[in-house]
Write a protein that binds this ligand. Structure first.
Ligand code: ADP
Ligand code: MG
Ligand code: MG
Length: 517
């Protein structure tokens, strides 16, 4: 049995005139406020925009989607514990080495990241501080064993690198608030703004505060250079305004903080490392070589997948950053802490006599550990352990596989294998590589309807929402001392209910905001 989140008709039925009016209003508000992306060539071909001046509306829902308040609060409340948990995981080198060992056989990318850590460790890390701009993603699980059915936020994944959309999600919350104040009450089937409980969203400010905290924690340059923040980005990034919003927010600080965008493939061209033992990272402004900055923070929005490492030079660039004194967001260890394998191992229930693995990082039997446990869903290894062999049976059976998603250790969307495609996929890869995947139960949220505005057209129907809660954490990798631990706003991403993947940048999903019910 499933249950709907709203009793009345939601979203309201729109007349054709109303549709046209809302489209025009959202189009203008979005561009006027930077709720925008650079167009993909399928929307505006490169020949039509040779100078790259075009920007288009971010796909967005016309109304905020109803979302259970209990789940929203659950995600918010647990975020500080998640920050602490992943800081602790990232400090546990032995644990991460075990994780790497388990997946590296079928995953050269993870092995190469680990090799960078080993190489820097041999030389000695010079920067004890580590910055995390995290995002924990959830879907609503409905427990139908209770009457009425109850809702729980279940974690889809935990992101430790390039957790994106904070800048755009803040503006999406503002867009829906604006529409609630001006438009929704004027519809023929009106919604009163009093009925819309739209939570504040501090994503841009919160994420910027994390970077600012790290910037201030980095001591003034002994070399006499001004300090700066580097945004390490993918060349040709289309989601650039999301990043710019964050940059502008950081720059707003008084005195102002210099922020520079550096393409991932230009690290070795525009930065150098000052002498030992400190190994300061120096940024040489390409447009004015007389300007040199000491990099306090490298905020990494690239390098999370193999595509960014086409050659050895790219790996050298990552190693160069890792061995420098700049505070990395994230370090290689923190990136590895965010693998799906770590999530699976943490979510493994405690055997009757032994302590849980989660207990290695967060004291067991505390309210915080309980809150974390409640967000876990069933995730299984695909190795040759007893649980792994059991999972392999499910994954290979076409009927049972319908309830699962198979995930490799990858980020950025488009990498997972769903339901009926799992058995055939597994048979197509060598069996010794199966252990580098995890098998996760699909979460099936209650049905919600909404209207998506994408490329000027409305798409109406059933949607699936995914909540992301941002968190920022600055900790000392040696001592474990946590200097900054904050919850930092939210993201709601929504996709049509027939799509498996929900990536906005990948073209499947859209931006949304929560209407708490
Ligand atoms: P990535 O790191 O590539 O974003 P995710 O684990 O977030 O990988 O998976 C991508 C998308 O697949 C999610 O945004 C969600 O739409 C869907 N998905 C992943 N895991 C589940 C799950 N357990 N239940 C339902 N949908 C899922
Ligand atoms: Mg994801
Ligand atoms: Mg991810």
């Amino acid at each position: 049995m499933t249950t709907s989140l709203t009793s009345g008709a939601y979203p309201p039925q729109l007349t054709q005139e109303e549709e046209q009016y809302l489209i025009a209003t959202i189009k203008d508000w979005s561009i006027a406020n930077g709720l925008a992306v650079r167009p993909p060539p399928t929307v505006i071909p490169a020949e039509a925009d040779p100078e790259g001046i075009a920007a288009i509306n971010t796909p967005v829902t016309v109304f905020p989607s109803p979302f259970p308040r209990v789940c929203f609060e659950q995600g918010r409340v647990v975020q500080n514990s998640y920050n602490e948990l992943y800081a602790a995981v990232s400090r546990d080198e032995e644990f991460i080495s075990q994780i790497v060992k388990e997946v590296a056989g079928g995953d050269e990318f993870i092995q190469k990241l680990w090799d960078i850590h080993l190489k820097v460790k041999e030389e000695g890390y010079t920067q004890p501080l580590s910055l995390g701009l995290f995002r924990s993603d959830y879907m609503v699980h409905q427990d139908t064993s209770t009457s009425p059915p109850s809702f729980q936020a279940k974690q889809v994944e935990f992101n430790t690198i390039a957790s994106s959309f904070g800048g755009l999600s803040y503006h999406t919350s503002r867009l829906h608030k604006y529409l609630a104040d001006t438009e929704y009450s004027l519809l023929q089937a009106p919604i009163s703004s009093i009925l819309l409980d739209l939570p504040e969203n501090s994503a841009t400010e919160g994420l910027a505060a994390g970077i600012q905290a790290a910037y201030h924690a980095y001591a003034d340059s002994k070399l006499g250079h001004p300090k700066c923040v580097i945004f390490l980005v993918q060349p040709g990034e289309r989601n650039v305004f999301d990043q710019r919003h964050l940059e502008y927010q950081i720059t707003k600080a008084k005195p102002s903080i210099p922020v520079f965008r550096l393409p991932f493939d230009k690290v070795l061209t525009h930065t150098t490392i000052a002498g030992s033992p400190k190994r300061q990272l120096l940024y040489h402004l390409p447009r004015n070589p007389s300007k040199v900055y000491e990099v306090a923070v490298v905020y990494i929005r690239a390098g999370y997948g193999p595509g960014d490492y086409p050659d050895q030079r790219a790996w050298e660039g990552r190693h160069h950053l890792e061995r420098s004194a700049a505070i990395k967001c994230p370090t290689v260890l923190t990136q590895l802490a965010g693998t799906k394998k770590v999530q699976q191992v943490l979510a493994t229930p405690r055997p009757s006599s032994a302590p849980s693995i989660l207990g290695r990082f967060i004291k067991d039997d505390t309210p915080a550990a309980g809150e974390l446990w409640r967000t876990f869903t069933n995730i299984y290894p695909m190795d040759t352990s007893e649980a792994g062999l059991e999972a392999r049976k499910k994954a290979l059976d076409p009927q049972q596989a319908e309830s699962y998603v198979l995930k490799p250790q990858r980020e950025g969307g488009g990498n997972n294998i769903y339901r009926g495609a799992i058995p055939g996929f597994l048979r197509s890869i060598p069996e010794p590589h199966w252990g580098s995947y995890i098998l996760m139960e699909l979460i099936t949220p209650p049905p919600v309807s909404n209207i998506i505005l994408r490329n000027g057209h409305l798409e109406q129907g059933g949607v699936i929402c995914e909540l992301g809660i941002y968190g920022t954490c600055l900790w000392n990798q040696n001592t474990g001392n946590v200097r900054h631990n904050e919850q930092a706003g939210y993201l709601l991403r929504t996709k049509g209910d027939s799509s498996d993947e929900g990536g906005v940048a990948a073209g499947f999903g859209c931006m949304d905001s929560c209407c708490l019910v």
